[in-house]
Write a protein that binds this ligand. Sequence first.
Ligand code: CTP
Length: 407
Amino acid sequence: MPTSVVPRRPRVVLGVSAGIAAYKACELLRLFTESGHEVRVVPTREALRFVGEPTWAALSGNPVTTDVWESVHEVPHVRIGQGADLVVVAPATADVLAKAAHGLAGDLLTNTLLTARCPVVFAPAMHTEMWEHPATRANVATLRERGSIVVDPAVGRLTGADTGPGRLPDPKEIFEVCRGVLSGRPADLAGRRLVISAGGTREAIDPVRFIGNRSSGLQGYALARTAVARGAEVTLVAANVALPDPAGVKVVRVTSALELRDAVLEAVQDADAVVMAAAVADFRPSARSGSKIKKTADEPDAIHLVKNPDILAELGERRRAGLKPYPRVIAGFAAETDDVLANGRAKLARKGCDLLVVNQVGDDLAFGTPDNAAVVLLADGEQVDIPRGPKEALADVVWDLVAARLA
Ligand code: CTP
């Protein structure tokens, strides 16, 4: 009789350190268990002041221990870390980051971090002052250098009245980072700074109307998520995107092409690569009416358009001329309806970029869908065909090519 092999469930260790955001880790835990992961929660003793042991035990279906003196015969301080496919610490306090960076091992969580041979993700949450303190910055840099993924905290309201960077990112977004890491992506972008533009610009006609386009931002956001899962530090310049911020990504929101240009030039100052996935309006109204245009006239006034700067071409030109800022690797996207490859090749040459992802677009192709198919044209004449598949798969091919050029 044929026997069926049940695939082993991915084993995740969820480390929880003592921050108020510990309650949000309950949702992260549920996301793991409900999607078939085996989760062992390892809270620090102080974390149990925020969320108690029964909650972690009930939600994970596993025993919960915090120090190395419980169930000693099972050698938990070594076994838990050794057996994990992924360790994620959420929230990670300044204290736990410091201990991890210096190899301290005073409790079960820090022992687990020292014995784990699998990928480790830290999702820090703390007050802005602590996050920005040189000691924390140095600890984060050390952890990243060693290959850990440290997801930058979100910006927003903190405990108390203050706001700033330090919030734990949305558990769903931390989960997406972990899923990306568990999918076996290489950490080949660790330490790389990347800039991605996403969405579509809007060019104002008057206070209520604009000229826009159908770009949803999904492809740019998939690029951002996969880059984080491969260890990169990402700035995402998002034009009019109605999607939640991906965890660990610095999101700069813009509206028009001119704003997008300023944000991209600012972000590329210290970047290794840029991927322009945004659909940028080629033209904008020469003047924006300060008040709503009324339909009083029988013949409406024509809207006079002027050309927007071509940001991708400008980056290529800056690099050619050695005019800072420009990143080492420059990639673009091209939306074409006809003569896709010929137009794509001409565009690649015109924009002076290293690679151009050429999409065929049409009434029901590419926009707002989770799937995409494309051809990547490379400056050296090569071509990579990407069959229809999730936008994450296309993003991974782009990062393979970018990582190879940065290596
Ligand atoms: N792009 C840009 N600035 C613009 C227009 C486009 O940086 N003002 C970038 C896009 O982000 C994309 C690439 O250039 O990466 C190609 O965009 P696309 O709209 O396909 O091409 P266009 O330059 O607008 O050329 P055309 O309208 O002739 O197709």
